[in-house]
Design a protein around this ligand. Structure first.
Ligand code: NIG
Ligand code: FE
Length: 407
């Protein structure tokens, strides 16, 4: 049985969404080692290929492994109390002004050991993986001291070593003003620029640097200082911008060739044009929009018209988006933001990967890393149409079968 010992593995009769589009014909996909070796339309399939390969599956929909390009998975504590407060009419910004919100998670995260943070994050990450994720970005931002931010980033790195998933880390020191720096936000930004970024860069703990540019967080000028420090240490930048108001953070991020501008409900025409010119990705986070009961929609039509790539992510975090289900975001992206299912899927594959500066991921293409999902559905649109766990038949990570629900 030479075929069974082959290092080539074959999936046949699959409907392929390649990261941008659904291919017109059923396909055969061959993986060799860690990479995609060939993709062949079934109309040109030669049975001799089947004899050289080990058959792994037939039928269903194959997509790239999902890329969740914006999460805050490492944290301690719960904010269920604030969820109740918001239902009673207290706003997210008001909770933050009262010292709750992000700062409530900061208190719990500072008090937690590195091991405790790791243990708490494992099931959250597992939930994303069980729903098809093969690449995930994890931000710091609930430590807000040099030591606590590095602690969070170490946990993120450890998660990527412990589980079959690619973890991309982002330093979000400029997430909120810690109480020690009350009335001295410039002093805190100094700390981020002069100590946090250099330490994270030197220890290889951060793949990028993020900021929260908002009235309840940091000004455009302060965020620009953070970006300059990141650039001085060779780290790419991205930003939480235009989430609750329009400060012009996206245009500033674009001037710094940001990988992405995230949230962007209040993005204006000039911001859209700036993202287009910079080649930055617009990251849409319908989970936060939904959870916070927002009504201001991101300018989807203008982004589409301008050809700005749109990514979609969970923003999984304990406050604004306690939602750990990427395929739910496909549905919310379509229902709330009026994305097409094709746009939503591209947002969680090829465009999500680009938002992480990893354009080789999130696509089914010869030579690309074999991160793949085989779903028990007939068309890719069904992934966005129904919210239904359990449809992931196989999850392939780096060429190996690592999860799914084989029937
Ligand atoms: O992406 N906008 C700021 N940061 C997070 C929220 C974090 C939190 O509420 O804990 C976000 O929504
Ligand atoms: Fe976020």
């Amino acid at each position: 049985m030479a075929g069974n010992q082959s290092t080539q593995r074959l999936w046949r009769d699959v409907s392929v969404f390649d990261g941008h589009d659904t291919l017109p014909e059923p396909m055969a996909v061959v993986v060799e080692g860690e990479r995609i070796a060939s993709t062949v339309p079934m109309s040109r399939f030669d049975e001799s290929l089947a004899r050289e390969c080990r058959e792994m599956g037939r039928g269903g929909v194959m997509t790239p492994g999902l890329v969740d390009c914006h999460t805050h998975l490492v944290f301690a504590g719960s904010r269920a109390d604030e969820f109740e407060n918001r239902l009673e009419g207290v706003s997210y910004a008001e909770i933050a002004r009262r010292g709750g919100g992000i700062l409530s998670t900061v208190r719990a995260t500072r008090a937690a050991s590195e091991d405790a943070l790791f243990e708490a994050a494992l099931p959250r990450l597992q939930a994303l993986m069980d729903d098809g994720v093969t690449t995930v970005e994890i931000k710091s931002g609930y430590g807000l001291t040099v030591d606590d931010e590095l602690k969070m980033l170490r946990v993120a790195r450890r998660l990527g070593e412990a589980l079959p998933v690619r973890v991309v880390t982002t330093l979000l020191g400029a997430h909120a003003l810690p109480p020690e720096f009350e009335n001295d936000s410039d002093g805190y930004i100094d700390r981020v620029c002069r100590e946090m970024i250099p330490a994270a860069a030197e220890q290889g703990l951060a793949d990028a640097v993020d900021v929260f540019c908002e009235k309840i967080a940091f000004s455009v000028a302060q965020c620009e200082r953070v970006f300059a420090a990141a650039e001085a240490h060779g780290l790419p930048v991205k930003g939480h911008v235009e989430q609750l108001s329009n400060l012009g953070g996206a245009a500033m991020a674009a001037r710094h060739a940001a990988l992405s501008a995230d949230h962007i409900e209040y993005l204006d025409e000039a911001g859209v044009a700036a993202l287009r010119e910079a080649g930055s990705v617009a990251v849409l986070l319908p989970g936060a929009f939904h959870t916070l009961g927002e009504t201001q929609l991101p300018p989807i039509a203008a982004l589409r018209e301008a050809g700005v790539p749109m990514a979609l992510a969970t923003d999984a975090n304990p406050g604004s988006s306690p939602l750990f289900m990427p395929t739910l975001m496909l549905n919310l992206g379509c229902v709330l933001f009026r994305l097409t299912p094709r746009e939503a899927l591209a947002g969680m594959t090829a465009h999500g990967a680009r938002a992480l500066g990893r354009p080789e991921l999130g696509r089914i293409e010869v030579g690309a890393p074999a991160d793949l999902c085989l779903w028990d559905i007939d068309t890719p649109a069904e992934l966005a149409y129904a919210v239904q766990p359990g449809r992931l038949r196989q999850r392939i990570f780096n060429g190996r079968l690592e999860g799914g629900n084989p029937s």
